[in-house]
Design a protein around this ligand. Sequence first.
Ligand code: LER
Ligand code: MN
Length: 273
Amino acid sequence: MRLACLVATPDIAEVPMALLNGSFEEKLAMARRLGYAGVELMVRDASELNPSGIKAALRRHELEVPQIATGELFGTDGLALVHPDGAVCRAAEQRLHDIVQLASLLGNRTMINIGRVRGRLDWFPPNARATARTRIVDAVQALCDYAAPYGVRITLEPCNRYELDFVNTTREGLEVASQVAKPNFGLMLDLFHMNIEDASIEGALREARQILWHLHIADSNRLPPGLGHLDFASIIATLREIDYEGYLSVEARALPDPHTAAGLAAEYMRQWL
Ligand code: LER
Ligand code: MN
């Protein structure tokens, strides 16, 4: 298990969960200095980025990119894979294709998450929601097919009910994964969402073990680990028990500030890594 934290690329303005301060290069230098092995890049529009510059900076600071987070396609630009306006879905697909190409360039293991970018069912009238629900399976299958030749994997992230209205629990995530049934499709979990939706965090980690590829970590209040009441000793013991070999990626509120939050998380997690 290795530690990463979420870092925004230059196409993203200030967002609540982006850690570290300064230019992109300065953020990478600081991540490395704090002991992070990787950075999870928050990307909004890959066409605005300089992929070879990003790759070179990552190499300079010896950082991996386990995953690209896509939440800002929705958070900033309102794009979603499930949306009543087909043009919005197509724009989301195009952005995700661009991100697949970026991911393939950055490393041989970089994944792409489908969290908030999947959209909401309550944007549709009640009698259209069942059909909308099947749309996510079709959209993710198509994205997996696009990503496969690039060697890129896609992960679905269950998110709590206050943010999204479908695929809230780990079990629902597993259900959708079995419907998608693509070899480059797996699950990523987020302790903050699990703490709200799953009966047991440890139980859900065990249930997901076969396809658990990535994990977002934060404490119960979404502050950096160590500042809430989650039982990290028990969570880490469970991850060891299920032979989890992926990243623990800090997605926490950037408080008291984006730099201090990254430092606090690294310092607290060091005891287990
Ligand atoms: C949002 O709460 C979140 O956890 C993201 O990783 C999903 O887009
Ligand atoms: Mn998350």
